[in-house]
Ligand binder design. Structure first.
Ligand code: UDP
Ligand code: MN
Length: 598
């Protein structure tokens, strides 16, 4: 058949010519078609602003369902590896015209990427790219229409002292933070900018930095003689502040148009710690990308900070009034504004927290429990480079520093939940008694602050911690496996499978079972009836997350039974979980083994 076909075309010279012509025409047509397709897709893409097309940055912080942003998992201690002193101490800022303007990403050539990778550990972001972008670069305006329409009575807003603390920051990112504030803050509102150098060792942060700011007016540098950490450094700045409102920023931020007014407007009321909406500056390209519209801050059982989906009520008010500040259980910590008088009245910071960590939770709990609030205003947009690792040293070791800070925060503010935290974190419990927190407990008493239970019940009723009206323990299947999240990226969930049961301190295997039938794990994951297989998903109001205990069975709303499927493993470990018709099957028999949570 095939041969006959070709022999028809290829018989004789003339036939050969026509067949070639035909082939040529077909190819020509195909080429036109492909170019047309390309053209229309490019047209389609160009209708959206470039930053709306950039998805990758956001994806790395948001799960598949778009529900959750995960940051703040820290491993510290790398300060440049084998790089030479010369490399570490030189300032290579050399802006290229147009690079990164409008918040666009900067791409490097393959050869430059190699250098950039070598230098990456120095700051945990791409310093080669940062050094190419002008410290005065322009940025997109990410505010919603309704935010742009708000009129502020500038004359009557309180004034601001902006405090930027740094330790061994790159010159270009630090200066870009500073310049963005100078460029985009109304003259009358900006009283001063205080840079606090937390004992940096880099040469370019010495005289060279002083020379750079000498003519900027309003800007001053304070230097800490010893490495104290962000708390000590911020306190140093706060003590020198002359403005009405303290505005704290990390040293790798870029503020956008109209950022200051909404912060000062809200901070003026004297009962609130107000945070901007934090956008993403890519650690690789420095592109300014919108972060998910609605997020609020909270924390995991291990007290790691997490971004979560706000409550239903918050989402509702956000839709009704997109420019209104909304409450959040906790703040990320680096970027916020507060009236100076309130900051000091509530006890500043816990001065004995060193280097980094837990101060954001301590401050958030203190604010809420002692009569103030923590809020986010969607109208103030500030970009921040979220780093995957801490680039600087933790004197005494990362674990010791972090654990001490956490121990302090938990023992002062968490009441019964401190016992929960220490019970399941024995290495932190071991250093609990080394902390002298008497002064902070005294402060809590003097301010007549409310309990942690009040905080959970009123500020974060959607929390996933155990409580006295919630069952806590291990849920074991008759066949041997237990319910539990297969560990992976914190908070990301995924298909549910049987896991090994572990002991009473194996917090990964322990679950909260709420009176309304939700099975909750750490990180705010709930067991959900999926299409076929059961999955671990962010807890929400879905009926698919309700499992009613009927005798030894766990039943869905439509009467199906939670079933541990069994393959070769016999005990069900690693085998899928699903909701099936209830039958006489041991895979549907569940034992609730209570474990005291404190
Ligand atoms: N910082 C400091 N001293 C320290 C650790 C951090 O001054 O010992 C500064 C750091 O330069 C940054 C801010 O505190 O400006 C917050 O630290 P980082 O950005 O590392 O925290 P993250 O934003 O990653 O939580
Ligand atoms: Mn930071």
């Amino acid at each position: 058949m095939v041969r006959n076909f070709w022999s028809y075309f290829c018989r004789g010279r003339r036939k050969k010519f026509y067949s070639l012509l035909l082939l040529f025409l077909v190819l020509l047509n195909a080429m036109f078609y492909v170019s047309f397709l390309l053209y229309t897709t490019i047209q389609k893409r160009n209708k959206k602003a470039w930053h709306e097309r950039l998805q990758f940055d956001q994806d790395s912080y948001v799960d598949n369902s778009g529900m959750r942003v995960v940051v703040g998992h820290y491993v510290g201690g790398n300060s440049g590896g084998n790089l030479s002193d010369d490399t570490i101490n030189s300032n290579n800022y050399a802006p290229i015209s147009g690079a990164g303007e409008g918040g666009r990403p900067v791409q490097l050539s393959p050869r430059e990427v190699i250098t950039a990778r070598e230098l990456y550990p120095l700051h945990s972001y791409n310093i080669l790219v940062s050094d190419r972008i002008s410290i005065n670069r322009s940025l997109p305006d990410m505010r919603s229409e309704s935010c742009r329409n708000v009129q502020y009575d500038i004359e009557n807003l309180p004034t601001a002292t902006v405090i930027i603390v740094f330790h061994n920051e790159a010159w270009s990112t630090l200066m870009r933070t500073l310049m963005s504030v100078l460029l985009r803050s109304p003259e009358v509102l900006l009283k001063q900018i205080i840079l606090v150098d937390d004992a940096s060792e880099r040469k370019y942060l010495g005289k060279e930095l002083e020379n750079a700011i000498v003519n900027l007016g309003k800007v001053q540098i304070l230097r800490s003689a010893n490495r104290t950490g962000l708390v000590g450094a911020r306190l140093m700045g706060a003590r020198a502040a002359t403005g009405n409102v303290l505005v704290f920023l990390d040293a790798h931020c870029e503020v956008t148009q109209g950022w200051l007014e909404p912060l000062l407007d809200r901070a003026g009321s004297d009962d609130v710690f107000i945070c901007p909406h934090i956008d993403l500056l890519s650690d690789d390209t420095l592109a300014y990308t919108k972060s998910i519209d609605a997020h609020w801050g909270a924390f995991s059982w291990r007290l790691h900070f997490r971004w979560l989906m706000p409550s239903k009520e918050v989402m509702l008010t956000k839709t009704e009034n997109p420019s209104k500040p909304y409450p959040t259980p906790a703040m990320a910590g680096g970027l916020f504004a507060v009236r100076k008088s309130l900051f000091w009245r509530l006890g500043g910071y816990d001065e004995n927290m060193t280097i980094w960590g837990a101060e954001n939770l301590e401050l958030s709990w203190r604010a809420w429990q002692c009569g103030a609030r923590v809020e986010i205003t969607p109208c103030s947009r500030v970009g921040h480079i979220f780093r995957r690792h801490s680039p600087y040293k933790y004197p005494g070791g990362v674990a010791k520093v972090l654990n001490s800070n956490l121990a302090r925060a938990a023992s002062v503010w968490m009441d019964e939940w401190a016992d929960f935290f220490f019970k399941f974190n024995p290495s932190i419990a071991a250093i609990r008694d080394q902390q002298s927190v008497a002064a902070r407990i005294e402060l809590r008493k003097n301010l007549q602050c409310k309990s942690f239970k009040w905080y959970l019940d009123n500020v974060w009723p959607q929390h996933f911690f155990p409580a006295d009206d919630r069952w806590f323990g291990r849920i074991r299947n008759e066949k041997g496996s237990c319910l539990g999240v297969v560990s992976g990226t914190p908070g990301l969930g995924g298909p549910a499978a049987g896991v090994g049961c572990g002991g009473d301190l194996d917090v990964e295997r322990l679950l909260v079972y709420t009176p309304d039938g939700r099975i909750m794990a750490d990180e705010g994951l709930c067991l959900q009836q999926g299409n076929g297989r059961a999955v671990w998903k962010s807890c929400n109001d879905s009926k698919k997350q309700i499992w009613n205990q009927k005798g030894p069975r766990l039943k869905t709303q439509d009467g199906l039974c939670l079933t541990q499927l069994i393959s070769d493993s016999k005990d069900g470990i690693n085998d899928p979980l699903t909701a099936k018709r209830c039958v006489n099957d041991n895979g549907q028999i569940w034992h609730f083994e209570r474990v005291p949570w404190r």
